[in-house]
Ligand binder design. Sequence first.
Ligand code: TMP
Length: 263
Amino acid sequence: MNRRRRIYEGKAKILYEGPEPGTLIQHFKDDATAFNAEKHELFEGKGVLNNRISELIFGKLGEIGVPTHFIRRLNMREQLIREVEIVPIEVVVRNIAAGSLAKRLGLEEGSALPRSIIEFYYKDDKLGDPMVSEEHITAFAWAAPQEIDEMMQLALRINDFLVGLFLGIGIRLVDFKVEFGRQWENDMMRIILADEISPDCCRLWDVKTNDKLDKDRFRQDLGGMLEAYQEVARRLGILNENRPAVGSTPVLVSSNTPEGKPH
Ligand code: TMP
């Protein structure tokens, strides 16, 4: 039983009150949803994988100076994070035409874009997260012009870093979605990366085979979603290749033991 106070429950995560003021606990669930939760399934172990993948990515982004909400991982499914006020905008960065962009503009899926493209979606499940422009964002005061600039700059830095990280393990970063939050320190406010970065919110294609290693496996009924997430974790050096996985539960490497070092 979890006796901590639940602050918010989303489709794939729960936020609990943290141990100190200004902190929260982010809990990763096994639920996968698509098309605004019209489609819903449980994948045993997905939350564990996303917790570890997101920890690794946020940790690395922190090392290159991208401010994030991540403090530390607490256990297999939970991480301690800084409490922020989420900016109600989903920022999508695209490198290759796929998904809704390919459909909307009639582009061939897989064709390289002339440059990385940023899009904004207004976070509102009732409306199905509609695409919006900077004009909408500023007119309705969802974010200030300076905040939009900061989010765009951070999103492009994150993209540059992640494209390289994934290419190094034979994966093309087609596109991804990030969310940002406002963090206050005294009277100062800054925009920091929040939420998660995992195969739930990225398109990841194997460089050689073009196999999809992300949530499109679930969205498009391709099967093998959990195995794809495990493959991403394995290539990132998180899954222990030497120990056989028991059942469908992935065996994870503890970052506190020598065997946890990436090989
Ligand atoms: P899209 O092509 O469907 O607009 O998706 C763009 C990227 O955003 C893709 O990497 C998947 C991710 N995404 C989410 O994380 N959540 C969502 O609700 C949607 C629609 C997309």
